[in-house]
Design a protein around this ligand. Structure first.
Ligand code: FAD
Length: 334
């Protein structure tokens, strides 16, 4: 029986997303033999050999044994039907017993489509993964992070187990193995006629760090009081090379774009450091950030619920505290 694990490498702005390596590391948690880990990636244009070589090198350094690539203009930007068809082709060719995708916008859309097509099981938003005999044990948060469950899943080459992993949770496991037998395979692919086309993708956060992968997030709430009030937070984030996020309170008030919203109905983030500025700490906000490694809260109300989960709390006016922090970190880091 095939024991192949297939991971998907997401590319954004000609860079592999961090979650692509985490998917390979997750695969390494559940196999004895590294030869079983294969990865696929899609291109929107003719293959650039130098770019493929760069991607391959990075993926091999994290444990991928073989890289499958498909290049076609239909795959230039994410298109549900085109990506599903290309991925379906990879799965029928490779016949993996497990498929690992990032729990990203792409993975959340593609995973269930594949699960439905292969009548397979799917576990989403997995934060830890282990092998126990024939079974794969996945840990994932439930009820907006108030509980965790462990679920068992098993796959076969005809009905692969599909798992999406939450970014920033699986520790990377770089490998030292430099055996020359690692290879890149360009898969021949004839795409079907698509029923829709993507005319344009408008990027709202172009050039900015992706919130779900940021190591440091400076987040603002209604306490920021205006769109201009986000400026000191932007400065702090820039000095720390982090990203700016927000509560729904701030988004609803029109201070920032909904693309920044963190929480139950926004993005779920797990940075190393989360700095909450003028955020009260409603349960729906905590659902999106309570797994952050270190939480720092700045709030002028000492009774604000955010302090209950904060590792460090600063009671004070964010418009005084944030610039002081920015200056101190600038001195320290530059
Ligand atoms: P507030 O609760 O108004 O808190 C503002 C805080 O700023 C206060 O604690 C205040 O003391 C402090 N402050 C004011 N001025 C200053 C200052 N100068 N310096 C320092 N501190 C100051 N919320 C989310 O965030 N994400 C979600 O995904 C989300 N999903 C939801 C889903 C549902 C179904 C529902 C019902 C609600 C959801 N909410 C979500 C909304 C949530 O319940 C809260 O209303 C929201 O998080 C409050 O945002 P806030 O903390 O910015 O605002």
């Amino acid at each position: 029986m095939s024991r192949t694990l297939l991971t998907y490498a997401e590319i954004r702005h000609h860079q592999l997303r961090q979650v692509s390596f985490e998917a390979v590391s997750a695969a390494a948690h559940i196999v004895q033999d590294q030869d079983q880990i294969v990865t696929c990636l899609f291109y929107g244009s003719a293959e650039d050999p130098a770019e493929v070589e760069r991607y391959a090198k990075e993926l091999f350094a994290h444990g991928t044994k073989r890289l499958y690539t498909i290049a076609h203009t239909d795959l230039e930007t994410y298109h549900a039907e085109a990506y599903f068809q290309a991925f379906h082709h990879v799965v029928t060719t490779v016949q993996p017993h497990v498929i690992l995708l990032g729990h990203t916008a792409l993975g959340r859309d593609l995973g269930p489509r594949l699960a439905s097509a292969f009548q397979a099981g799917q576990l989403s938003d997995v934060t830890d993964i282990q092998q126990q005999g024939e079974h794969i044990i996945c840990t994932r948060p439930l009820y907006a992070g108030k509980a965790v469950e462990k679920r068992t899943i098993q796959g076969s080459p005809t009905r692969p187990a599909i798992i999406t992993i939450r970014p920033n949770n699986i520790p990377l496991q770089p490998v030292q193995d430099t055996t020359p037998s690692r290879d890149v395979v360009a898969l021949p692919y004839t795409p079907p006629t698509l029923r829709s086309i993507v005319r344009e993708v408008v990027r709202k956060t172009s050039g900015k760090l992706d919130l779900s992968e940021a190591k440091i997030i400076v987040s603002g709430g209604r306490g920021v009081k205006s769109a201009e009030g986000f400026q000191p937070l932007e400065e702090l984030a820039s000095v720390l090379q982090g990203a700016v996020g927000a509560s729904r309170g701030a988004c609803d008030a029109g201070y920032c774009d909904y693309g920044l919203q963190i929480g139950q109905t926004g993005k779920v983030v797990t940075p190393e450091i989360y700095i909450a500025c003028g955020i009260s700490g409603a349960i729906q906000h905590l659902a999106g950030m309570s797994s952050s490694r270190v939480i720092i809260a700045i709030n002028k109300d000492p009774e604000a619920p955010i302090f209950k989960i904060a590792d460090y709390g600063i009671v004070g006016d964010l418009f005084e505290v944030v610039p002081l922090l920015t200056a101190a970190f600038r001195d320290l880091l530059q």
